[in-house]
Design a protein around this ligand. Sequence first.
Ligand code: C2O
Ligand code: CU
Length: 477
Amino acid sequence: MLTRRQALKLGLLTGTAVALPAVRVIGAPDAKAATGAVGPFSVPLRIPPVLRPVASTPALDIYRMTMRESDVEILPGTRTRLRTFNGEFPGPTIRARRNRAVLIRQVNDLGVHTAVHLHGGHNPATADGHPLDIIEPSKGRNYWYPNHQAGATLWYHDHAMHGEAENIYRGLSGCYILSDDHEDRLRLPKGQYDVPLVLRDAQIEADGTLVWDLHGFRNRKAILVNGRPQPYFQVAARKYRFRLLNAANERVFFLRLRDGGAMTQIASDGGLLEAPLPMTIVPIWPAERAEVVIDFSRYPVGSQIVLENAAFMPGESSDVLRFDVVREAEDNSRVPDVLRRLPSCGTPVVEREFALKLDLATGQWLINGQPFNPDRVDIRPKLGTTEIWKITNNDTGDAGPAIPHSFHTHLVQFRVLDRNGQPPPAHEAGLKDTVSVQPRETVRIKLKFDGYVGRFVYHCHLVSHSMQMMGQMEVVR
Ligand code: C2O
Ligand code: CU
């Protein structure tokens, strides 16, 4: 569990050009809301609709989505022009089942290039949304997801070469929830008690205009949950499963209940942890997922419990979401002591190093001294083998700003071996596809290259960095 001291330590790595805000201990919340004319907790939470397949066979669901501009109500009484999947913000949720394939026809009705990546998915290279596999305006592309991996909260988002930061910011992301039989047998909260919460920020003018500025993360004061500003959510006095996704370009969330109450973390990026984990602060870096169970039966009906971001920036509100306990309800769900056994990653045969650094002379974000070049293959892992990757953040703050990074691998769910030689905290000990690397930190991960050959990318998931801070791997036989 991340203690407050650790959180404070992380938070102290600031004064940076990028992303990591000071963590303050919160007594009275900052009252200033970023919701335009109204205060926080004045709009209800909305749950993104689950997309219905256009056709189904016993082994396959076929979907169709159109990427198009749409005017969406974010701040009450205003419209905000966004780039959306099917006019929805966030995009519609795909509910998929292990070993049952999904085929999505994506049509691009935007005026810009797009590419759709299923983040966390174990998929063939042709379906991975490589930055060069773009969908041109008024064209389409089919994405084939076999879904052989275990249940997990995945998400899809744009990945077009040099376009992803703006496209994601303008709305192109959504949840892809993969379930499986094993998970069903655990009897975790399900149905209306299994709720995705997509967290992000945005800079929105009072008239609803969305402001895009690649490096303008400090001005993104509107905190959105499922596309609504600091909403409230009416819950029953029972257990809920929340699938938290940080879909922000740069912002980190250190989530906690304002009353200090515990949340039980049950899953990370790649699905269930081995055992449930009591947490008072749940840190989620961009692109990470954390699933928590909150038991509202400990609160009397009529209670209001605020979920807040302990890592808010000065002058901001820490408010994220308010749970209003409005009724009693039956609860047959449970959180068992053992959630699953994690698959073995095998014995490593290769060790590689990745040094992350902003080049102060050119302003380029580099891995091992080089910016992304899609014509260059950086590494060639062998199919079926296991590797150790040592990732070091050299933006230490000594000569230049201290900058956090967040390292993501396509194709592979990895295990974190250690952070600066120390075993990872328990919430990072499950399957991961994204891991934060703080200034001066070295994080070692262990990954097994299974299933598919071909070209994939790995990169920093602070997406204003990722157009350069990206490398290419070709998995070979
Ligand atoms: Cu979430 Cu390469 O992406
Ligand atoms: Cu970065």
